[in-house]
Design a protein around this ligand. Sequence first.
Ligand code: NAD
Length: 485
Amino acid sequence: MTTTFDTEPRQLFIGGQWREAADGARMDVIDPSTGQVITTVAEAAAGDVDAAVRAAREAFDSGPWPRTSGRERGRVLHRVAELIRANADEIAALESLDVGKPISLCGAVDVTNAANDYEYYACLAQSQDGATRETPLNAFAYTRREPLGVVAAITPFNFPLVLAGSKLAPALAAGNTVVHKPAEDTPLSALYMARLLTEAGVPEGVVNVVTGTGPVAGEALLRNPGIDKVAFTGSTAVGRHVASVAGEALRTVMMELGGNAAHIVFEDADLEKAVGAIIKAFVFNTGQFCMAGPRLLVARPVHDTLVGILAEAVAQVTVGDPRDPGTVVGPMAGEKHLKKAEDYVELARKEGAGVVVGGERLDLGGGYYYRPTVITGLSNDSRVVQEEIFGPVLTVQPFDSEDEAVALANSTPYGLASGIQTTDLARAHRVAERLQAGIVWINDWAMLDPAVPFGGVKDSGFGREYGPEALAAYSKVKSVVVSLD
Ligand code: NAD
């Protein structure tokens, strides 16, 4: 599909202007379904990032956005949601082309969620209330909620549109200005959104987009003294570095990091129903999904039956061209991502595990396709179980008691998401309480909404996106105490 984006410059968006990087550098963007270069975008150097932060700083310190009422900011954000919906097909096509996501999922999931994010925070934009406080002082004491300032938003390759929306929508609702650095692999929707945000009425300098690499543009953004908050989504390894630099500079941070969720199936589960959730949890977005459920823990009495059902069902999942509306699983986003998944499966084989289904590349004449893979017989301390694979690979382990299921689920360094399949209501709540995770799904997977906070514990990070919690995290509290003497 040809999009209006085909005619756009794919430059840096700084202070309301499109411009090339000062040194003219550009970087390739690859179509994961073919491995071919589809376009290039400007590649920001440190000086370009500094210019973007200066523009955001000026828009915050003397521009209208932080001084506009929450209600008016909400009106603008409502228009953003409307524009996303009005351009849904084009945005879905762009995201599919850039990330390799199946086109049907781009529309139903990515575009829908991005619009919902802006709509939700448009509604909350005027809810930034302070409070009055009773004190023994002869004074009138109250609090105000004020925006933080310039937000550095750094996002990963796997959900470019949604994860930008989950930061920009609350940050803008609260009255901040933003410099967004999208992932180098998938920068296109960030540039498209810069145009849409402007069309919706976001003033110049309020949103700036710098495309570039992590070590150069990301690092320069992170270290710029003009920023007030770093909102980071990405791997635990990079997040650890980002948090340490931001900590040294005493900047507020929000860290959405890696995951390796357990999906627990108890013997009382509805297995036919559970199987859909299990497959969704590990193949959605080709497993490149922070909240994926790649560790299946199954009560021993139903283990073999469930593995049998899964083997058949997973073999039938349609892997193919993301532009085909019938495709459920597209390619991985690049060769390095595919190789990583492949290496983990090879390691599992070396450790004597059984590959029940999948376990190989799929040759479609180019692109980065890997068959959804189910592995049994690994020990819990295997790296294949403990580490984040970030591909369409499921490991299955049996357990003999509720305590053992909880212990296995909590045994990795991660704590982003978790899931339980059971028909026993008391068990569902009891186990949910014991799981070390920011979100627990019961009898389904990845039920997400901007009203529901999302984020991690342990090595999956800290801070929450979504909900009123995220809006509060993009503001600071000021106390005002007025003497009544
Ligand atoms: P990554 O950590 O490699 O990159 C994330 C972003 O950080 C990119 O924009 C990158 O350019 C930038 N970056 C890299 N080095 C940097 C540096 N030195 N300074 C500043 N920025 C730098 O992650 P990725 O491979 O793009 O994404 C996959 C990871 O993201 C997985 O671990 C996944 O679990 C995680 N993720 C987490 C969530 C969540 O909500 N918790 C959501 C999606 C993805």
